[in-house]
Design a protein around this ligand. Structure first.
Ligand code: HEC
Ligand code: HEC
Length: 208
């Protein structure tokens, strides 16, 4: 009799353990198959970046339409702590296949490009974006990020990105708080005034 009830309890415990492992809301990294991008996005990324990568508020960057290679690189850098911030925790348990799947998920989404921020600043931003600032030694942004802000596999797309995020990144580059591959952008951002950072961000974000 005692044996039977012990067996029953053991069976119930293992059933409970199985049920826990299957809870979709607690997507923990496991030894088995990689989690799908869809599941990870619903469970985690969408909270800040939105289901479609359009970002839920100006606090978070848009990921929609960004180059998959660039996204993979950033996720890898966050995972190992080369780039620092909230994202370190979000990327800590991601596997390589999962990062690749997440990057292609977001890269395929459309970005609604529209001008945001103070419209009067756009012409100032346009000048810097297209010509740089030879008086201060700032190169034209379009030399690397492209005339339409579309970037390349190694260079982030700026078109459609939130201008507030772009300004924040320029400030982080300036202070070297963005710690990964900051050499080029640090030297550029350190020569931009606050007004110029805001102007170029407004212009680049609205590029279409
Ligand atoms: C709690 C909010 C939050 C969640 C959840 C979150 N992120 Fe982020 N993410 C951020 C913030 C904030 C930044 C900007 C980092 C900075 O300012 O340095 C960011 C930046 C990024 C970047 C870099 C974008 C760029 O243009 O350089 C990528 C890629 C990214 N997140 C992917 C993801 C993925 C994939 C997930 C889900 C696995 C995720 N994030 C979950 C807040 C979040
Ligand atoms: C010589 C090439 C080069 C030029 C010129 C250049 N950039 Fe960049 N920029 C880069 C590279 C490379 C990165 C990505 C660094 C990395 O891999 O993390 C970058 C990243 C950025 C980011 C971060 C975007 C994101 O999604 O996180 C912003 C914002 C940015 N650049 C703005 C500008 C602006 C504004 C100018 C012109 C004033 C400019 N860049 C000129 C090479 C350049």
């Amino acid at each position: 009799m005692e044996r039977n009830s012990y067996g029953l309890v053991a069976a119930m415990l293992s059933a409970a353990a199985l049920a826990l492992a299957a809870v979709p809301g607690s997507l923990r990294a496991q030894a088995g198959a990689p989690r799908t991008a869809q599941a990870l996005v619903e469970d985690r990324c969408s909270l800040c970046h939105g289901l479609d990568g359009g970002s839920v508020s100006s606090l978070y960057p848009r990921l929609a339409g960004q180059h998959p290679e660039y996204l993979v690189k950033q996720l890898g850098d966050f995972k190992v702590g080369r780039r620092k911030g909230t994202m370190n925790e979000m990327a800590a348990d991601l596997r390589e296949e999962e990062m690749a799947a997440l990057a292609s998920y977001f890269a395929q989404k459309d970005v609604p490009v529209r001008m945001s921020g103070e419209a009067d600043l756009a012409p100032v931003g346009q000048y810097i974006y297209k010509k740089g600032n030879s008086y201060a030694g700032v190169p034209a942004c379009q030399e690397c990020h492209g005339a339409k802000g579309m970037g390349t596999a190694r260079l982030p797309r700026l078109s459609g990105q939130r201008s507030t995020y772009l300004v924040r990144q320029l400030k982080q580059f300036n202070r070297r708080e963005r710690t990964n591959d900051n050499a080029i952008m640090h030297s550029i951002a350190s020569k931009l005034t606050e007004l110029e950072m805001n102007a170029v961000a407004v212009y680049a974000s609205g590029l279409n």
